[in-house]
Design a protein around this ligand. Structure first.
Ligand code: GLN
Length: 531
């Protein structure tokens, strides 16, 4: 087993996740089997209990794991399906050690960070690597080198590199090379300091991926090479790219893949990047534009909706159009009215929790329904499309979800029966992939090209089955259901050019070369609507 370990220095947000995904894709293109693990140095056991404002979107895996959004990048770039075990957090590692201690597994011993927690971390990494049955496992360590939080993880991978042999471990360090506006000269000092920090914990990087606003010339790379004791081939310049999907090509061009494979004695074939390149060409060159409003409550941090943004890029590449997202904070619709939606060619109301901005979302849905503007709802957006229709078409005044109005006279959205009595908040929703059965004559069935699909869920509430006959009689159809027929999963508005919502999240399974069908449908309908 070979490991590529990616660490980060200087500051966070340099695109370690994209670097990791890109290296993985490049190795995969050479015919190697790869997988990736994300380490998050926080005490939460998983990302499920965190507000998207903290670290961006909570990504949901096939097995129901609620994980860091970088796993979404891995899945999209590597076209694989990962499991909850591919996201290791401090909380998870400590919990495992503490449970063993209570069980008596260390009886007589003093339980310590080294070796007990570091052993547990190594065990978690190697067991994922072994069960994935791959040639290379990429391990991305979140946070910035030098933080107290990431110390046990750095120590664990240092030990791992000794255990598996240094020739089987390749360390990539991502840093920032700022270019000061006044001097205009790239500054390597932060990189030097950060590598010094890394060496202080016993790790010598094999490669440095240096982020900078512009490409770095040979002189700067030579300087980094000299001061950081890394061969020149290992110093890679990662300038700001037009698209994250270009990064694998940028790294390849500078020979990082060849260097890495040579250093680890990995054998592979010629890189097959044809399809990927043509995908990148299509997203970077299409000039035609449609504008889609994303009406949410976390729009000030766009990473909160990362999978939707990526799904629109995938859908746009297939439809040969650039999708521009108009970010709309739903409370702004409450304050200023639906005018702020004017001119958009489509509207997406994504998932969410809590009552802030709910009425603004309902207003956006009404605007889309009445104005025949292409509309897609996801999860909360699906539930609110039901609420809007119940209020304004069925005339059920005060209809609502019991999540927002427990005393509503018309609970058209209600708690899932199995959720009653559930008190813990971590990993207790209806989560992960469930089978959805689509009726033959529905738009959803056409878009998926199949009557049975697996899509990922994350919810506590559902459309109340008691109201279905009334809703359907008035034209809001529910042609997608769980396999047992008990859960509503898709709705479509009869007679509207494109009005589809799903209880599940199609964005999580969208891939560059196989876009989410419902996002693709929205983008195509938006193109038609624009004319
Ligand atoms: N808050 C809603 C529920 O729990 C919707 C969840 C979501 O949009 N992910 O069912």
């Amino acid at each position: 087993m070979k490991y590529v370990i990616v660490t980060g220095g200087v500051l966070s947000g340099l695109g370690k996740g994209i670097t990791t995904s890109s290296i993985g894709l490049n190795l995969k293109a050479r015919g190697l089997k790869v997988t990736a693990i994300k380490i998050d140095p926080y005490l939460n056991c998983d990302a499920g209990t965190m507000n998207p404002f903290q670290h961006g979107e909570v990504f949901v895996l096939e097995d129901g794991g609620e994980v860091d959004l970088d796993l979404g990048n891995y899945e999209r770039f590597l076209d694989v399906e990962l499991t909850i075990d591919h996201n290791i957090t401090t909380g998870k590692a400590y919990l495992a050690v503490i449970e063993k201690e209570r069980h008596g597994d260390y009886l007589g011993g003093t339980v310590q960070i080294i070796p007990h927690v570091t052993d547990e971390i190594k065990r978690m990494i190697t067991s994922v690597a072994e069960s994935a049955n791959v040639d290379v496992t990429l391990v991305e360590i979140g946070g910035t080198v030098g933080d107290i939080e990431s110390m046990p993880f750095l120590e664990a991978v240092r030990q791992l590199s000794i255990e598996v042999g240094k020739e089987n471990c390749f360390f990539v360090h991502t840093t920032l090379v700022p270019i000061l506006p006044v001097v205009g000269e790239p500054k390597t000092k932060p990189t030097q300091h950060s590598v010094k920090e890394l060496r202080a914990v016993g790790i010598q990087p094999d490669a440095i991926v240096a982020r900078a606003p512009l490409p770095l010339g040979k002189e700067v790379r030579q300087k980094i090479s000299l001061f950081c004791d890394v061969p020149l081939e290992g110093i890679v310049s990662a300038p700001d790219a037009g698209s994250i999907y270009e990064v694998p090509l940028i790294l390849n061009r500078q020979g990082l893949t060849d260097y890495l494979m040579h250093r680890m004695a990995l054998k592979g074939g010629e890189a097959d990047m044809k399809e990927w390149k043509s995908f990148v060409d299509r997203i970077t060159s299409s000039r035609d534009l449609v504008e889609i409003a994303l009406v949410g409550k976390y729009t000030h941090l766009q990473d909160s909706y990362m999978s939707h943004v990526e799904a629109f890029k995938h859908a746009g590449a297939r439809a040969n159009v650039k999708v521009k997202v108009r970010w709309i904070e739903s409370v702004d619709i409450e304050k200023r009215g639906v005018d702020i939606l004017e001119g958009v060619h489509g509207i997406l109301v994504p998932g969410g929790f809590g009552d802030r901005g709910i009425e603004g979302k309902v207003m956006a849905i009404q605007y889309a329904r009445e104005g025949e503007i292409p509309f897609q709802g996801v999860c909360l957006g699906f539930q609110l499309a039901t609420v809007e229709f119940a209020r304004h078409v069925l005339g059920l005044e005060g209809a609502n979800s019991t999540e927002f109005d427990p005393k509503t006279p018309y609970p058209v959205v209600d708690l899932l029966p199995e959720q009653r009595g559930v008190e813990d908040m971590g990993a207790t929703m209806r989560l992960g992939a469930h089978e959805v059965v689509l009726k033959p004559d529905s738009k959803a069935r056409d878009l998926y090209g199949s009557g049975r699909v697996y899509e990922r869920h994350r919810h506590r509430y559902e459309v109340n089955p008691a109201f279905i006959p009334k809703l359907e009689a008035a034209g809001l159809l529910y042609p997608g259901m769980s396999a047992d027929g008990r859960r509503m999963d898709v709705l479509e508005l009869d007679g509207h050019p494109y009005f589809i919502a799903s209880q599940f999240h199609p964005e999580f399974k969208s891939r560059p070369l196989s876009p989410s069908p419902i996002h693709y449908g929205l983008v195509s309908a938006a193109l038609k609507f624009r004319g």
